[in-house]
Design a protein around this ligand. Structure first.
Ligand SMILES: NC(=O)c1ccc[n+]([C@@H]2O[C@H](COP(=O)([O-])OP(=O)(O)OC[C@H]3O[C@@H](n4cnc5c(N)ncnc54)[C@H](OP(=O)(O)O)[C@@H]3O)[C@@H](O)[C@H]2O)c1
Length: 300
């Protein structure tokens, strides 16, 4: 019997699709999330559910025991009272358990900008995760550094509905790579299935092309029947208020603002030129029509 892959965040955007692909390929998969009931649909397809908290190292030690490979992430926690402390705690738990269980192949969800130790908001926590993982000398590790998620645009739906504009602190004219999370899942699942690991390696995933917020807003607007939808750069105080209204803690909102300042100054960018390997297929046009427009209509 083959040893299993572990997929953390298995009810989330990326983990759920990784698990689906591995199961469809006939691989044994352990799926991790906090609630058994939410793991049910994948369990019904043959996955082994492991409900529990990834901040619990003893629990993770059991999950990782005997695993052939693991996909790990630091899940978002928008209400964290201290986002840095939360990210450090989860990162320490994951790496300690991976080390004790000697998992041989790891794909770690990091981000563009994770080469920097400061000035990037929540991405600083992913820099911390990458740094911790470097201690696992015997494991083969891919540090996945995806771009800005297209799914982030879903946060704009209440704003577009109530004020008829899109906006944030990010400048309208800064080109940013944007990726659909399904492309991250596909790349991860293929890494596991093809076994293409070579020591410790960084892999950027950058979507099909860079887009400014103005361009992205035009594409989103067209998909929801608002072709003239405008993007507005908010002053910091207004951006802070919008994030508080969306339910983010003060600590998370400050981190997001720092990241957006990082976009504006251009420090949050890949350290390598875009290549065939880092370019992924799903376009914002497709995402807007299939995911964004549906969510926009559902929020009516
Ligand atoms: N947004 C971006 O632009 C961007 C860019 C680059 C990298 N990233 C990284 O991508 C991550 C988000 O990935 P995603 O979109 O796949 O996340 P997601 O859809 O929010 O999924 C998070 C997953 O983690 C699980 N989870 C949350 N807390 C947990 C805990 N304490 N113990 C066990 N499981 C827990 C959730 O399951 P339950 O709720 O069922 O427990 C869910 O399955 C971010 O946190 C960041 O690190 C984001």
């Amino acid at each position: 019997m083959k040893s299993p892959f572990v997929v953390c965040g298995a009810t989330g955007n990326i983990g759920s699709r990784i698990a689906e692909i591995l199961l469809a390929a006939g691989e044994p998969v352990r799926i991790v999330g906090r609630e058994r009931v939410r793991l049910g649909p994948l369990a019904a397809k043959g996955a082994e559910p492991w409900p529990g908290d990834i901040g619990d190292t003893a629990f993770l030690g059991k999950v990782f025991s005997g695993a052939r490979g693991a996909f790990i992430l630091i899940p978002p926690k928008y209400d964290a009272s201290d986002i840095r402390e939360y990210q450090d705690r989860i990162g320490a738990s994951l790496v300690s358990a991976l080390s004790k269980s000697r998992v041989p192949r790891i794909v770690a969800l990091s981000s563009v900008g994770a080469h920097l130790a400061e000035g990037t908001g929540p991405i600083v926590g992913l820099h911390g995760l990458e740094t911790r993982l470097t201690a696992l000398k015997d494991a083969e590790i891919v540090y996945l550094r995806p771009a800005y998620f297209m799914e982030n645009h879903l946060w704009s739906i209440p704003l577009i509905r109530t004020r008829g504009v899109n906006g944030s602190l990010t400048r309208p004219d800064v080109p940013l790579p944007m990726i659909a999370t399904e492309d991250i899942a596909d790349a991860t699942a293929h890494l596991f299935l093809e076994g293409k690991f070579h020591g410790h390696a960084v892999r950027y995933l950058l979507g099909p092309r860079d887009l400014t917020m103005s361009e992205a807003t035009r594409i989103l607007g067209e998909a929801i029947g608002k072709p003239g939808l405008r993007y507005v750069q908010f002053p910091e105080e207004e951006a802070r208020k919008a994030m508080a209204e969306a339910g983010m803690s003060g600590s998370v909102a400050e981190a997001m603002l720092e990241m957006q300042r990082g976009f504006n100054t251009g420090i949050v960018r890949p350290t390598r030129e875009r290549s065939e390997e880092s370019t992924t297929p799903t376009t914002l046009e497709w995402f807007s029509k299939s995911v964004f427009a549906r969510a926009y209509r559902a929020a009516a």
